[in-house]
Structures are given as C-alpha cells and as structure tokens.
Design a protein around this ligand. Structure first.
Ligand SMILES: CC(C)(COP(=O)(O)OP(=O)(O)OC[C@H]1O[C@@H](n2cnc3c(N)ncnc32)[C@H](O)[C@@H]1OP(=O)(O)O)[C@@H](O)C(=O)NCCC(=O)NCCS
Length: 188
C-alpha cells in the first residue's frame, strides 16, 4: 500500500466510529482501469470501495465525480454518461435516534440503480434508493431525491420531471399534471 493510501486509511479508521472499515478507500486509478474494463473512468473520479460499485460497459465516469457506497451498492448500467463532479450516494446516517451522536448512528440507505443509456449532468447529486430509468437525463446541478422513470428529463433541486417521451405518439412531452395523468392512465 503506498504512503498516501496508508495515510487515508488511517485517517478513516480514526474518524470512523461505527465500525466501518473502508479499506479500499481511494483505489488507485490503474486498479480501477483494470477492474472496470470497457468503462472510461477519468483519473480524478473517486470510487470508494469498488467492490460495491458495478458499472456496465461503454459507460463513462467524469472527472471529480464521487461514487461513495458504504453498506449499499451503486449499480450503473451500460453506456451511462456521468459528467463531472457528480456525487452518487447510497448511504446515510440514521439521525432520528436523538440519543446517539449522528456519527455513531447506524448507516442506512439503499442501493442506487442507474439504468442503461442515462446521462447525468455535471454537478448533480444522486441520493440513496434512487433508480434512474433507461435513457433518462438529469440536468446539470440537480439533486435527485426520488426515482425517475425511463425516457424522462428531470432537473432542479429536488429534481422534477420536465419532459417525458411517449412511445405511443413517438414524441417528447413537456411534463405537467395533466400529461402526468395521461402517462399514468396509459393514454400517452
Ligand atoms: C437537462 C438538459 C439536457 C435539458 O436540455 P433541453 O431539453 O434542451 O432543455 P430546455 O432548455 O428545453 O429546458 C427545459 C426546462 O428545464 C429547465 N432546465 C434545463 N436544464 C436545467 C437545469 N440543469 N437545472 C434547472 N432547470 C433546467 C429550463 O430552464 C426549462 O425550464 P422551463 O420549461 O420552465 O422554461 C440541459 O439543460 C442540461 O442540464 N444539460 C447538462 C449539461 C452537462 O452537464 N454537460 C456535461 C458534459 S457531459
């Protein structure tokens, strides 16, 4: 283990108060390139614990992106474009027990799933339990707190659907309450 990785491991073990052992912290880029064949991972992307990160071929992980599974998994399909400075977070502290320091509380959360052919705009944050459906787009700077269906464009904080593709009419629709209802009723 090189000195930098050793220091990081020690720092993490010292601050870590709930028994996590993030031994794979900062897997070096050459190891990532070997592990994720047919995936482009830009050198400054940070993949914490690659044993919990699954990426399909043809996908791209942009500079300074931060993929951070602890107890849960991050599952990324094929041909997914993750732009720069995107954070994908699958875990969080259980702050609701007020008798425990938050940093000593359980880590919970849920897997994040990003289906094939999704594009996530720069600076976005994807939170635990979110599923982003095939060929959907997340606008730059969005915070995705809830799942997004397939073939949608979602933007903002919290991310809301702005456009959705109808296979029936073969066109994109600007999303509104009425259009949402039509999709629900299978009219679109
Ligand atoms: C999401 C995106 C693809 C939408 O493109 P588009 O379909 O041309 O969208 P439009 O310009 O028609 O915008 C539709 C609406 O969403 C809003 N919007 C678009 N992108 C937004 C964003 N990132 N955050 C908040 N609102 C956004 C627009 O203001 C517009 O709102 P309105 O309907 O109230 O007027 C684009 O805006 C975007 O964010 N691209 C990401 C770019 C990027 O990160 N590149 C990294 C290199 S890989």
């Amino acid at each position: 283990m090189n000195k930098f990785k050793k220091n990081m491991k020690e720092i993490y073990e010292n601050v870590n108060t709930n028994g996590l052992n993030i031994a794979n912290i900062l897997a070096d880029h050459n190891l990532l390139v070997k592990k994720y064949k047919k995936v482009i991972i830009q050198p400054t992307a940070l993949l914490i614990d690659p044993s919990k990160i699954f990426i399909g071929e043809g996908s791209w992980i942009g500079s300074y992106s931060n993929l951070r599974p602890v107890n849960n998994k991050i599952i990324i399909g094929k041909n997914v474009l993750i732009a720069q400075m995107v954070s994908i977070i699958s875990d969080q502290y259980d702050y609701k027990n007020i008798d425990l320091l938050i940093k000593k509380s359980l880590i919970k959360g849920k897997d994040v799933v990003i289906e094939d052919d999704v594009w996530i705009g720069t600076g976005s944050i994807i939170l635990p339990g979110v599923n982003i459906g095939k060929h959907s787009v997340v606008g730059a700077g969005s915070v995705v707190t809830k799942s997004i269906p397939q073939y949608c464009v979602a933007v903002g904080n919290p991310a809301k659907i702005k456009k959705r593709y109808s296979f029936k009419l073969k066109k994109w629709f600007k999303y509104s309450l009425l259009i949402k209802l039509f999709f629900k009723l299978n009219i679109l």
